[in-house]
Design a protein around this ligand. Structure first.
Ligand SMILES: Cc1cc2nc3c(=O)[nH]c(=O)nc-3n(C[C@H](O)[C@H](O)[C@H](O)COP(=O)(O)O)c2cc1C
Length: 386
């Protein structure tokens, strides 16, 4: 395991390669459907500023396409061209200005591309769905995502190599844009997941069939990205730990893959689940508080690699317990910090990790600490005495 924790608990720092995350809280990737020709816009700056000021150690961009045809929708971000470097640099700078690290999530939607913004994936663009034209999607096999939906083009082996090269170029641009951490999106039924899963991969060549063949594309992408991503910077891999459908990708396969990811230079496996089929087809995944944490725990202990837990992690005490009990090394939050972008700072109060408001921006600190002591704590005290 490359990651090195100096002490346990949600507010203990962790070293990964040459970087230190100041706590264990990470803003998870979240599509905003607000990009213009792949470039992030002012909304993205505001969105990331909330989390950076709110005290996360690291914040990830939304799924950012390595190829134009790899976007989920017309409004998704991409980094398939050098013109995208500058707008992304502004996002990285927001995190740095606020004492946090900037993460880029690179992605390719494969057969789940060319969708309408409304659904954010799942409803394909058609001739009648609006002004935006649809485009041809690609996949390991020509298997449609759902009934009455377009068949993706099956990639030839030379075309697979072109896609792998696009990941490498995107990694180079991510480095040029000043990001600290790169995450490869291998989950949620997107292109890498489509190669991993027997549901979507029916190939008969060296990229299909056995586990060794189905993981080949993922490992080629990791190698290509690592070759253009500095060795001192961490590399994360988001995995759907299980497909959650009958005959799909399993947790045992995830453990096998995670061991190899570590050998190929991945530092943290971000343990998500599902997405290979429409949610209504997902029968084996019971969604509840912390429902994906057991995957992070198993992968961490059985593959001996650092993991990030994600999915309905709501309370500070639960997040802290996940870290203290060694179920995961990091906690990724999405809706939880959309609801409360200052969740990290509030969690620190609740857990007693920041009694002097030292984690807050210095401009807020003095006002808040006196207000908190006088108003908030006193009213709590009075309530107890009543
Ligand atoms: C608005 C929104 C957009 C999302 N976009 C992405 C994305 O771009 N990439 C990704 O890997 N996951 C994406 N997700 C999934 C989240 O990163 C996270 O895994 C999931 O929401 C579970 O965490 P939560 O319960 O804290 O929301 C998105 C989730 C939300 C709510």
């Amino acid at each position: 395991m490359q990651a090195n924790s100096s002490q346990n608990g949600l507010f203990s720092p962790i070293e990964i390669r040459n970087l230190t995350l100041k706590n264990r809280i990470v803003a998870s990737a979240m599509c905003q459907y607000s990009a213009i020709r792949g470039a992030p816009t002012n909304w993205h700056l505001d969105h990331h500023a909330l989390f950076a000021v709110g005290g996360v150690a690291l914040g990830f961009t939304e799924a950012t396409a390595v190829e134009e045809r790899g976007r989920i929708t017309h409004a998704c971000t991409g980094i398939w061209d050098d013109c995208h470097i500058e707008p992304f640099r502004q996002i990285a700078e927001i995190y740095h200005r606020n004492g946090a690290l900037a993460g880029m999530q690179l992605a390719h939607a494969g057969r789940k591309a060319s969708c309408t913004i409304r659904s954010g994936g799942g409803e394909y663009l058609t001739e009648t769905s609006g002004p935006e034209p649809k485009w041809e999607t690609i996949a390991p096999s020509s298997i449609a995502f759902g009934k009455n939906e377009a068949f993706p083009k099956e990639l030839t082996q030379p075309e697979i190599q072109e896609v792998v090269a696009a990941w490498a170029e995107a990694a180079r641009r991510t480095e040029e844009a000043g990001f600290d951490v790169l995450e490869i999106h291998g989950a949620h039924g997107y292109l890498i997941n489509q190669f991993l899963s027997p549901i979507t991969n029916g190939r008969k060549d060296k990229y299909g069939g056995s586990l060794a063949n189905r993981i080949r594309f993922a490992l080629e992408v990791v190698d290509a990205v690592r070759s253009n991503w500095p060795s001192e910077k961490p590399l994360f891999f988001r995995l759907s730990s299980i497909d959650g459908v009958a005959d799909g990708w399993t947790i045992e396969e995830s453990i096998q893959l995670a061991k190899l990811l570590g050998e190929h230079g991945v530092d943290v496996v971000d343990c998500s689940a599902g997405g290979i089929l429409h949610w209504i087809d997902t029968q084996l995944l019971t969604v509840g508080e912390g429902y994906q944490v057991p995957y992070a725990e198993r992968i961490r202990s059985e593959a001996q690699i650092a993991t990030m837990a994600v999915g309905l992690i709501l309370s500070a005490s639960h997040a802290d317990q996940i870290i203290r009990t060694g179920q995961a090394d990091l906690i990724a939050l999405a809706r939880t910090i959309l609801f409360d972008p200052f969740w990290t700072l509030h969690a620190a109060q609740e857990l007693g990790a920041d009694p002097d408001f030292g984690m807050w921006p210095k401009q807020y600190r003095g006002s808040l600490s006196s207000w908190y002591r006088r108003s908030f704590l006193e009213s709590l005290q009075n309530e107890k005495q009543r």
